[in-house]
Design a protein around this ligand. Structure first.
Ligand SMILES: [Zn+2]
Length: 156
């Protein structure tokens, strides 16, 4: 299958998701060695999960299928340019490439506007709309010290 055909799969997932009223107009597939190993649509409203974006759902499914926490050697085809959460998830999953169809500007035009999150990220913590209050750093550092000392950890 070609890149365009893989993208068409992601697009069909997004269109069918709207038609079936299962969630937002977003779909994604993960491809490895020329084969689709995971496909997913947005299921935020279906599952009451604000993190259930198509890309996150597809990453979870691909990792389950491959029994790994890294998508090295994989490609993600998403029907829309990823939001900041999915962008972060994609960086953590480490696929080789990402293909996208609709832009975040297209998404903003139908009221899926994530630009404010991009703006928030650029601000210092104390200037963000969401209050972030630091607490108990000394206590929390215990886990980091344990991690640093541990010789048989699974790094990622
Ligand atoms: Zn997202």
């Amino acid at each position: 299958m070609s890149d365009k055909e893989f993208m068409q799969e992601a697009i069909e997932l997004s269109v069918n998701n709207v038609k079936s009223r299962k969630g937002g107009p977003f779909g994604a597939v993960v491809v490895k060695d020329g084969k689709i190993i995971a496909r997913a649509a947005n299921s935020v409203t279906l599952t009451n999960d604000p993190t259930a974006h198509a890309e996150v759902n597809a990453i979870r499914e691909a990792c389950r299928v491959l029994n790994t926490f890294q998508l090295t050697g994989c490609e993600i085809y998403t029907s829309c340019e990823p939001c900041p959460m999915c962008l972060g998830a994609i960086y953590w999953a480490r696929p080789d490439r990402v293909f996208y169809a609709n832009t975040k500007k297209d998404a903003a035009e139908i009221n899926f506007d994530d630009d404010f999150i991009y703006q928030e990220i650029a601000k210092p913590l104390n200037e963000r709309n969401m209050k972030f209050i630091q607490l108990s750093r000394e206590e929390a550092l215990v886990a980091f010290d344990e991690w640093k000392k541990k010789s048989d950890k699974i790094e990622y």
